[in-house]
Design a protein around this ligand. Structure first.
Ligand code: FE2
Ligand code: FE2
Length: 133
């Protein structure tokens, strides 16, 4: 499977909600930056990526609550899983495991992002549109 980090942001990645799409664009750009940065610069960029990803997930949850998205608990549960996974990688990186963190942003996150965007995020955006948002 080609890595998402090999791609630039493209409008074909949009789900049709401006808040979600703006966060997704930022995530994709951060993944590309992480793939290109040297080892010395990696930890700071990873910290910024992790902070933004948590904000991105929280903003989607806020939208789901605002618009009464029925499968909110399922989407929230998946975000909780990602937050836990992210915390684990942050701890391993703080302990010096750069290779693990590089593999996470090069392979694990891009594959998760595309699948998650095409399913739960797309369904959330469609629901918000159906409710006039
Ligand atoms: Fe998302
Ligand atoms: Fe999501």
């Amino acid at each position: 499977m080609p890595a998402l980090t090999a791609l630039a942001w493209d409008p074909s990645l949009e789900v049709g909600n401006p808040v979600i799409d703006a966060d997704h664009k930022e995530t994709v750009e951060q993944l590309a930056a992480l793939a290109a940065v040297d080892d010395a610069g990696f930890p700071a960029l990873f910290a910024a990526f992790a902070d933004h990803l948590r904000e991105h997930l929280a903003r989607e949850e806020e939208l789901m609550v605002t618009y009464g998205f029925p499968p909110y608990p399922i989407h929230k549960h998946e975000h909780d899983r990602v937050r836990l996974e992210l915390e684990g990688v942050e701890k391993r990186l703080a302990a010096g495991n750069l290779m693990l963190a590089r593999g996470y942003v090069r392979e694990v996150v891009p594959e998760w992002f595309i699948n998650h965007k095409n399913t739960m995020d797309a369904a959330t955006a469609a629901w918000i549109r159906s409710r006039g948002g």
